[in-house]
Design a protein around this ligand. Structure first.
Ligand code: CTP
Length: 249
């Protein structure tokens, strides 16, 4: 199909339950788990939140658990992929058997993504990137000298947008996430159009039972042609398998 990078198909039927077999188009069997063969496809997953320094002891951060990205990386590995996981600050335990690149700031995250994205078949951008960073990071700990204090912030680069617009003619499939507290689908549609990625996975963060810091999620997958599919509430590992199946369909 059109979404298939380099002729790779992930079979819909039970690839994960059967131990993760990826089948190349034309029926040639590719590497499954533990087969010892080289991986047939590669993916880069980016997760966690960025950390932006204010002074040597304070920073701006967010509540990202990293779970969704970790589960996607695991699911991709189970489906035979060669996986790189780039992670900012995250409260969940990262997988230990996946190549792991730890980053702090949005600028560092961009560097790490930039180094890997072009050679990957799929890039899944699940990170909570700080939209802003402190313009002038104080070299010394800020004293409480004044009654009020303002921090001047400057915009961070939009990593998802930048990689989507610079992939040229490569087959790299790019998936973004979008976290919204209102008008979920409207905002998701606007976002896929402005970012230029192939898919957006839309998350409703106003709900306590799913998404941020939860083990479960319920998402909508929005395609570039604006097709929408709902993935019913499920554990993040199952949602991850379904997302991979959908994007490679
Ligand atoms: N993203 C990114 N770089 C940024 C901000 C966001 O790559 N500087 C990515 C996120 O990882 C996610 C997607 O863009 O895959 C959407 O993130 P989201 O926070 O929903 O949207 P924003 O682009 O930050 O827009 P806004 O805050 O205005 O809703």
């Amino acid at each position: 199909s059109n979404n298939t990078p380099k002729g790779i198909v992930i079979e819909k039927q039970g690839i994960f339950s059967s131990g993760g077999t990826v089948t190349a188009q034309g029926g040639v069997h590719a590497a499954g788990i533990g087969s010892g063969n080289a991986s047939e496809w590669s993916s880069v997953t980016i997760t966690g939140g960025t950390v932006e320094a204010i002074d040597p002891v304070r920073y701006i951060c967010n509540r990202s658990s990293g779970k969704m990205g970790y589960e996607i990386a695991r699911a991709a590995k189970n489906a035979g992929a060669d996986v790189i996981l780039i992670s900012g600050n995250a409260t969940a335990e990262p997988p230990t058997d996946i190549k792991f690149v730890k980053v702090k700031t949005a600028l560092e995250m961009r560097e790490a993504v930039w180094a890997e994205f072009d050679s990957a078949d799929a890039v899944i951008m699940a990170a909570a990137v700080s939209d802003y960073r402190v313009k002038n990071v104080a070299a010394q700990k800020i004293k409480k000298t004044y009654a009020t204090l303002s921090l001047e912030l400057v915009k961070n680069p939009d990593i998802l947008k930048d990689i989507s617009s610079s992939r040229g003619n490569s087959d790299t499939l790019i998936v973004g996430f979008c976290a919204e507290s209102e008008n979920l689908l409207d905002n998701a549609i606007k976002k896929i159009q402005s970012k230029g990625c192939d898919f957006i996975i839309a998350n409703d963060i106003s709900r306590q039972d799913i998404g941020f810091n939860s083990d479960e999620n319920e998402v909508y997958i929005i395609e570039k042609n604006l097709g929408i599919k709902k993935l019913e509430k499920n554990t993040k590992d199952k949602i991850s398998e379904q997302i991979l199946e959908e994007i490679f369909e």
